[in-house]
Write a protein that binds this ligand. Structure first.
Ligand code: PGA
Length: 250
């Protein structure tokens, strides 16, 4: 049986003082879980988070990284810079990055490759918009994101990647996919991975659900067979709520 990977995506929230308070409250609340706990915090909170989470079961992640090791890329952060300060995970290709910052399947692949090369664990986000779902294109979109976004990824590399299925229409909207919708979509994604990597690799792959997941709906979602965890936005900003999601699955 796989445990679950529950990751908080703080997005662009929390000054250092607030981050410290949240993390200090969170540590005792999640200390007994068998699930993997990750908090993906803004760059400016990373060092603080790494320091506070040392010797705890909470892992720290960033929310993006560039594909080059160094150079003239004003405003970007290299994977090795994250690794150096003790960051373990990095979110890549979040729908907000795809929508607002021109992220494409090709750049997602480049960032993922660079993150892996630096020894980080990428959390690669995929998901369809409402328009794509309603026009019957959900499977085409997910398949394209997987085929293009994982083009050169080997089976060995896949073992170090977490995938987050996040229907864009459920992110920050309060509208959650039903347990069945989320499970079906993730099952479909898994079948696409299986075509390329085989059944064992696809079964072993962690695929999270993300989109308005919270302390109320987490248990049902995490009980679905294909859902291997969650990527939690809004509810991860309150320690008690995020802890309740982490602890929703024993
Ligand atoms: P949400 O965000 O939980 O606030 O919907 C999820 C995400 O964007 O990762």
């Amino acid at each position: 049986m796989k445990n679950k990977i529950v990751a908080g995506n703080w997005k662009m929230n929390k000054l250092q003082k607030e981050a410290k308070k949240l993390i200090k409250t969170l540590i005792p609340l999640v200390k007994d879980t068998t699930n993997t706990v990750v908090i993906c915090v803004p760059y400016t909170d990373l060092a603080t988070a790494v320091k506070l989470c040392k010797d705890t079961n909470i892992h720290v992640g960033a929310q993006n990284c560039h594909w080059k090791e160094s150079g003239a890329f004003t405003g970007e952060i290299a994977p090795s810079m994250l690794k150096e300060i003790g960051v373990e995970y990095v979110v890549i290709g979040h729908s907000e990055r795809r929508t607002y910052f021109g992220e494409t399947d090709a750049t997602v692949l480049q960032r993922t490759q660079a993150a892996l090369a630096a020894g980080l664990k990428p959390i690669v986000c995929i998901g369809e918009t409402l328009e794509e779902r309603n026009s019957g294109n959900m499977e085409n979109v997910l398949k394209r994101q997987i085929v293009e976004g994982f083009k050169d990824i080997t089976a060995d590399q896949l073992a170090n990647i977490v995938v987050a299925y996040e229907p864009v229409w459920a992110i920050g909207t309060g509208v959650t996919a039903t347990d069945q919708q989320a499970n079906d979509a993730i099952g479909f994604c898994r079948s696409v991975f299986e075509e390329k990597y085989g059944k064992e690799a696809a079964d072993n792959l962690y695929i999270q659900y993300g989109g308005s997941m919270n302390e109320k709906n987490a248990e049902a979602l995490l009980n679905m067979p294909h859902i291997d965890g969650g990527l939690i936005g809004g509810a991860s900003l309150v320690a008690e709520k995020f802890a309740a999601v982490v602890n929703a699955h024993k």
